[in-house]
Design a protein around this ligand. Sequence first.
Ligand SMILES: O=P(O)(O)OC[C@H]1O[C@H](O[C@H]2O[C@H](CO)[C@@H](O)[C@H](O)[C@H]2O)[C@H](O)[C@@H](O)[C@@H]1O
Length: 382
Amino acid sequence: MDMKSTKSSSILTDSPPVNKSRLGIHSSLLPYSQASPTCSNSILAISRKKPGTFDDAQSNGWLEAMRSSSPPRKKILKDTDLEVASDDGDIIYLSWTIKYPSALNSFRQIMNCAKNRKLVVFLDYDGTLSPIVDNPDRAFMSADMRSAVKRVAKYFPTAIISGRSRDKVYELVGLKELYYAGSHGMDIMFPAEVLASGNRSNCTKSTDRQGKEVNLFQPASEFLPMINEVFRSLVEVTKNINGAKVENHKFCLSVHYRNVDENSWPVVAQFVYDILKDYSRLRITHGRKVLEVRPVIDWDKGKAVEFLLESLGFSCNQDVLPIYIGDDRTDEDAFKVLQSGNRGYGILVSAVPKETNAFFSLRDPSEVKEFLESLVSMKQQL
Ligand SMILES: O=P(O)(O)OC[C@H]1O[C@H](O[C@H]2O[C@H](CO)[C@@H](O)[C@H](O)[C@H]2O)[C@H](O)[C@@H](O)[C@@H]1O
């Protein structure tokens, strides 16, 4: 595989923002309001017309996206141009929940919709099961959260879909009763016996840590050498930037700038830009104070949700209610899948108002835990 390409490439983006009316959704799935959210799935254009100059990263909107990622409590709201102080922020948050009601307050409604349907639960990891912390290696979930997830998995098929490598997220979650998809869904493992559709010729057989036979779906495996090469380059160029950290998540990479002085963010952006301009088959997406380097393939967390539903035998819309809980821009792909097929509920975890394709909201991981516990209690009462 030709790892580098200096050919002028078209602009590389994720799927375009959507402006999809909620009115098309089956009424049984609608929350109280029927607003029309737009998706701010952020996407970076990677131009390669000229060698890197300091302006490249800036002109492609990287810096703006970096500054707006994971906003602090006090923030400028784009739509209103208002600076929001804490109290005002609470009011604005509450009005936002009219459009995206709390999944806790809407629990009964969700359960009504779940009647006679098989609930399938999808969970993101960082910011959803674990709080966001400065050091990605210390993003642990609480023992209570682990036990809530374990109990959920006892009653409902449950999968974790993370931007981290599958091994890393498994280590952090540590529950063998779940299905795991790492690298933003580009690395899916599930037991051999549950391959329902029988048409997954693109899966390979492997064994898990317990020695059980499993299926592996890794649609970006040809990118491994390229990802490793770029990882080494990124580690090298960022080594003198205080606070910068590069993670190798097997089929994707993360360049963290949370702990980098904001004045040096342009430097981080430019270094990443300069390396990536030689790799037309890689693209950048924005996470929470992180630049994510990913292969240009038609695969994301939304596709991973569809893949798992089908592979586990749950693709029949009427009988199944998938719920996806996530906090990040990459989770929007999963929300879109559930929204566009009238299939289920996306729940955005956010303490600040955001544009989203989710139906419901939860404020933070502690509310996620409460929601998961409610699912279990509801099941136990049946
Ligand atoms: O899909 P996810 O499971 O949500 O993974 C997305 C990224 O999560 C991690 O970074 C984020 O959480 C860190 C720990 O709280 C935080 O320090 C960082 O700023 C966040 O971006 C992970 O380290 C990344 O590799 C994932 O891409």
